[in-house]
Design a protein around this ligand. Structure first.
Ligand code: SF4
Length: 341
């Protein structure tokens, strides 16, 4: 049987592991430094361990990391990576650059079961959940490849994070722990299609990660079409949960609204959104959509501006997302469109 993955171990796990094999506790910090700071994935290169200890670790754990198989770059600095996970499954991830901020868009599942009709990942079907180590280690693999630090993370790549909640929150904890990667908790955002148990779990976790919700429609009929998990978690249940989340955490919630021509971009749609979000401290991210089927095309710039003006007049903070990575299919909704499929 294959040994368990070294990347799924937290700092606390390593403390117990080294205690069990009669090693001092500082070894836990050393191995986390090798794996999560330096990106060294072979025990034979962990030079502050004795040779017998290196061999023991290599026999106890699988140190096979995700591997970058292909890379595309766009003119705006966006990089898209095709990664092969141990076992052969393929995922896509992206890195976006805005000034000094470098953001990794991490995947949480191989494929996605939500099947939003405009999304390349959804169209490719669902293969499996990723483990917490696989999710978190995407960051280190990309940092090593780029030769620079990534300073923020959005769980917004392939998959629905809250259909794999334990692993996603586990990845957040590993990335946040100062002994492993030490990424600030406020530099991480989980983006969900509105899976209520996951939102509740995040509130209960007390982690303080930022929350984004992909709404895309302000009435159930349209949202059932655009975000099919709405049939299980309809707006009349979701919105009260967001209010509850806000009461518990005090955090502003980002609302993602992808705009499709003639579908959800009218003045009436904007007014419905205003009514739906009233009383919720939110920030609306308007996304000029990157649909992958001819059924859904991008809204006209003038309609997007008109939509935003309704939000502004009602006092909502909003922005029209500056599109990045479109020519390499790394923009929102495009991951997995090409090579991983
Ligand atoms: S938009 Fe998000 S939730 Fe919907 S199918 Fe794509 S990856 Fe899944």
């Amino acid at each position: 049987m294959k040994p368990p993955s070294a990347f799924d171990r937290s700092y606390e796990d390593w403390l117990s592991i080294f205690e069990e094999i009669g090693q001092p506790s500082y070894r836990a910090g050393q191995i986390c430094g090798w794996l999560w700071r330096r990106g060294v994935t072979s025990p034979s290169e962990m030079t502050d361990f004795s040779k017998p200890l290196r061999e023991q670790l290599a026999s106890m754990f699988d140190f096979t990391p995700p591997v970058i198989e292909d890379e595309s770059r766009s003119g705006d600095g966006t990089r898209k990576f095709l990664m092969r996970l141990p076992g052969g499954a393929k995922i896509e991830t992206a890195v976006l650059k805005q000034g000094d901020r470098v953001t990794a868009c991490l995947s949480t599942q191989v494929g996605c079961p939500v099947s939003c009709p405009f999304c390349a990942t959804g169209a490719g079907g669902f293969e499996r959940d990723m483990s917490r180590g696989e999710i978190a280690y995407q960051l280190v693999v990309m940092e090593k490849f780029l030769g620079r630090e990534i300073n923020s993370v959005v769980f917004m790549g392939m998959g629905e994070p809250f259909l794999n909640t334990d692993a996603t929150l586990g990845a957040v904890r590993i990335l946040n722990n100062p002994k492993t990667r030490g990424l600030g908790i406020r530099h991480m955002t989980i983006s969900t299609a509105g899976i209520i148990p996951g939102i509740n779990a995040l509130a209960e976790s007390g982690l303080g990660v930022r929350l984004a919700v992909s709404l895309h429609a302000a009435d159930n009929e349209l949202r059932d079409e655009l975000v099919p998990c709405n049939t299980s978690y309809p707006l009349d249940e979701l919105i009260p949960v967001l209010h509850e989340y806000q009461r518990a955490t005090g955090d502003r919630i980002t609302i993602e609204y992808a705009m499709f021509k003639g579908k959800n971009d009218s003045l009436d749609h904007a007014r419905s959104l205003v009514r739906l979000l009233r009383g919720l401290h939110s920030y609306v991210n308007i996304i000029p959509a990157n649909a992958v089927t001819p059924r859904y095309s991008r809204s006209l710039p003038r309609d997007i501006l008109r939509f935003q003006s309704v939000l502004k007049a009602a006092g909502f903070e909003s922005e029209i997302r500056v599109e990045r990575g479109r020519e390499i299919s790394a923009a929102c909704g495009q991951l997995k469109r090409d090579k991983a499929s």
